[in-house]
Structures are given as C-alpha cells and as structure tokens.
Design a protein. Structure first.
Lengths: 293, 165
C-alpha cells in the first residue's frame, strides 16, 4: 500500500515549523526520522493531511556537554550520531549501551531521539532510558516553552503530553552522581527485533557500598515506560547482595509492570523475562557502580 | 489535486528535476520515475533492507523516505556502484564468493556493505554480521555473504598495502 495524499511543508526554522502546526493543529503530523511514522503511513494506519518535515532545520541536531557534567541533545539528533559520540560514551554509558539496540543500522542513520520519544512506543529503548536517566524535555510552542521531566511526558500508549502546536526540541540529561552504574538489557527472538521485554537500571552507591539511589525502568512491559518503584524501595538502603537483588527483581516482575499478551509473548512470559532481566541488570549496574570512585 | 513539489536531486551523479507528489516514496521514484529498478521493494516498512540506498553516502531505507526529502541531496543506488563491465570491488567480491543467489536482497546489501567498509575497512566477523543485521536474505543463509564482505575487505587492504609502481 502507498501513503494517502498530504500537503508537505519543509520549514527551515523552528518558528516556521511551529507556525505550520499552529495553523493545521490535529491535521498535521511532524516528520523527523520517519522510521516509525512512514511505515504507519505506508500501511495507512495514519493518514495525516499535512506533513511538517523538520529535517531541513539545521540547529535541532546537536550533542553538547552542559557545565554540570550532563548532556544536552537536540531532538533531531540521529541515533547513529549518539551511538558514535565519545562524549555520550563517557558521560552517559547507559545511553551508549542502549542506542545500538535500536532497530537496525540503517534505521539508526535516520531515526532521531526526538522522534522516538514523541512516538512514545513503550517498546522503544530511548523511552525507558530517558526516564531511567531523569531526563528533562524542552517543548516549544508559539506561546513559549516549557520543560517536562521524562517520567511525566509519557501518559499512555503512543501518547505524550505534547500538544498539537508543540515541538520537542531538546533533551537534557543530568550528570550521573558519583559511584553510579547503569545497565541496559533486552530480549528479542531475532537480533534487533522489537524487544519482548527490556530494562534500564541505574544504581548509585554510597561510601559504604549501600544503595542510595535506585532507578529501574522497563520497556515492553505496559502501555508506557514502567518504573519499578516498589523494587527500588526494596533495594534502597541495602547492600546489593544477590538476595536483595533477587527480591527486588521478583517484586518488579510481580508488582511494578503490567505486560500484555500478544502473538510474540504471553504476559506471564514477559513477567518471567522481566524478573530475569531485572536481576541481571541490577547486578551489572551495582558492579559498575562499585567500580567507580 | 494537491500541490506537486518541484524536486531536484542527484542520483548516481546525474541531476534530475521532476514535479512529484509529496507522498511518492523515494523507492518508487527511483524505480518508476527514473527507471532504476535495481533498488528492490520487499516489505515497505523498513525491516527487510532490500530498498537500502545511500543518501549523501549514508545507508538508509528508501521505502521510508519521501522522494521530496531527497531534494537537494545526492542518492547512490546499486546502479551507481559499478557497471557490468566494471564491477565495484565489493560486487567483484560477491561474485567470487558466491554471495548472490536470486539477487533480490543483493542491491540493499551492496549499498549497506559499501558504506560499512568505508567506515570500518578491517572488520571482524561479528562486526560484519552486526552491520548486515538490517538486511534479510531468504536464499543464501548469509554465510557466503559474510565471506564476500570479508573478501572485499581483504582485497581492499591488500591493494592499499602494495606499493605504487
């Protein structure tokens, strides 16, 4: 099948793009990498009558250090650019570990950070990672701008708080605290398929090796990124022993996620995978944290 | 009738100008409007890799790009890699290593491999398989394709190591 007809705009500034969105509202879709949108248009699952192409806008793709040791990443930055960036490898190893698992090499040449986040597929790696890393998103509209924490951005299946006249323009990732380790893992039947379940775990230890901050977020385990709050509570203030990690992983799988059954996996199998991945990821994150100063 | 877009782009070194509907996919523009049927369409949703072309040198899915997005850009298809009487070194390696059977996946694999070897001229087998993970082949079982990529890398390396006469 081929896409339904649409009117096409290729603005060269954010202001022009916002003007188009303000004019067309719900009738318009934003085109970034197109690696999720265009398949849906090819299947006619979506049929926007207006497409606003952000690709010609030059200043939306960047990876910059912020003065606190974190990173600021433009919404149109391609996954490939994040994958090869040395600053990302040093400052955000969890992101560096997760990005190569997005789609296929060719997908990563076009797919963008902003596009993946706004598409809000609960099986997207960046959706879970942005929450695990306490990311903040900068949204611009003709009326001004606002910053939204990642955990408040995703409100349902393919649904975010983004308004029809708003654009996500930047992602800010705060610096990792001292003695912090992260781990990203996912399971798929074939390499690079959509994950059956995945997890992003970030653990910070105190001077005595006790967990003082734990954040674990699952993908493909609900209609949005699922933060394992009860599991984090179990592990906080504990030394990361195998028993403590196992207990946290069990609680995560039984209480913190809401997986569904489909042709790829049953909900029970997803819970099983979640428990195993949580245990492995927490173990790896704690080891990596212990290795840091 | 919706507005047509005056598209101007370079394909395999030749400039083309044509008015197109915005919804025309780059894969269809190459095949139907330019007659370059070397680029194949297998799935039209980005998973099979048969439609992979080089956009400004980068391997991308032409079925997931609108032709209008290539306005002002440069596209290389399999036809632009080499000719029947002057194969690209990667094509020659595929010929020698029997990395082609029906040939349906081959154009997408060739463009992918050309770009891959430019960035990674001496890859390990794991890196080769990872680079090919976005291209499906139903015929070969991939082994001869991997052999062909290794042969292409090896041949290129040897050519560079030989002193110029």
């Amino acid at each position: 099948m081929k896409p339904a007809p649409f009117d096409y705009y290729a603005p060269t500034t954010v202001e022009q793009a916002l003007a188009h969105l303000a004019e067309h509202g719900d009738e318009a879709k934003v085109l970034a990498g197109g690696q999720s949108l265009v398949p849906m248009m090819n299947f006619r699952l979506v049929q926007p009558s207006v497409l606003v192409d952000l690709n010609p806008i030059p200043d939306l793709a960047f990876i910059q250090p912020d003065e606190n040791g974190g990173l600021r990443i433009g919404a149109l930055t391609r996954h490939y650019q994040v994958e090869v960036d040395p600053l990302v490898a040093v400052r955000m190893p969890l992101l560096h570990e997760a990005v190569p698992k997005i789609g296929y090499p060719q997908i990563r040449r076009r797919g963008t950070m902003g596009g993946s986040l706004c598409h809000a597929d609960p099986s997207a790696e960046l959706v879970a990672v942005s929450v695990a890393l306490n990311g903040r998103f900068r949204l611009r509209s003709p009326k001004g701008e606002r910053w939204i924490p990642a955990q408040d951005f995703f409100i349902g299946l393919f649904t975010t708080v983004l308004q029809p006249d708003e654009l996500l323009v930047e992602v800010a990732l705060p610096p990792l605290p001292a003695r912090t380790g992260g781990s990203f893992m996912e399971v798929a039947r074939r390499r690079h398929d959509f994950a059956l379940v995945g997890v992003a775990a970030v653990v910070s230890l105190d001077g005595k090796g006790v967990c003082r901050q734990v954040r674990m977020v699952f993908l493909s385990a609900g209609d949005r990124p699922m933060e394992a709050r009860r599991a984090a509570d179990v592990l906080m203030g504990q030394a990361p022993t195998p028993e403590a990690i196992r207990a946290a992983a069990e609680i995560a799988a039984s209480d913190d996620i809401d997986p569904s059954s489909d042709i790829h996996a049953t909900a029970e199998f997803r819970r099983h995978l979640a428990k195993v991945l949580a245990r492995r990821a927490l173990d790896q994150a704690c080891r990596r944290a212990a290795e840091k100063k | 009738m919706r507005k047509l877009f005056d598209l101007a782009l370079t394909v395999n070194g030749t400039r083309h100008e044509q008015a197109v509907e915005p919804r025309t996919l780059l894969s269809d523009f190459l095949r139907h409007d330019l007659g370059l049927t070397g680029t194949h369409v297998g799935c039209e949703h980005g998973v099979c890799g048969a439609c992979t072309v080089l956009l400004d040198g980068e391997p991308v899915r032409s079925c997931l790009l609108f032709a209008v997005q290539a306005h002002g850009h440069s596209v290389t298809t399999v036809e632009g890699l080499g000719a029947i009487d002057q194969l690209h070194p990667v094509q020659e390696a595929f010929r020698q290593a029997h990395g082609v059977q029906c040939g349906f996946c081959t154009p997408g694999i060739l463009t992918t491999v050309v770009a891959f070897l430019e960035g990674n001229p001496d890859p390990s087998e794991e890196e080769i398989r990872e680079a090919l993970s976005g291209n499906l082949c139903r015929c070969t079982g991939y082994q001869h394709i991997v052999d062909a990529v290794r042969l292409a890398a090896q041949t290129s390396k040897t050519a560079h190591e030989q002193p110029a006469r």
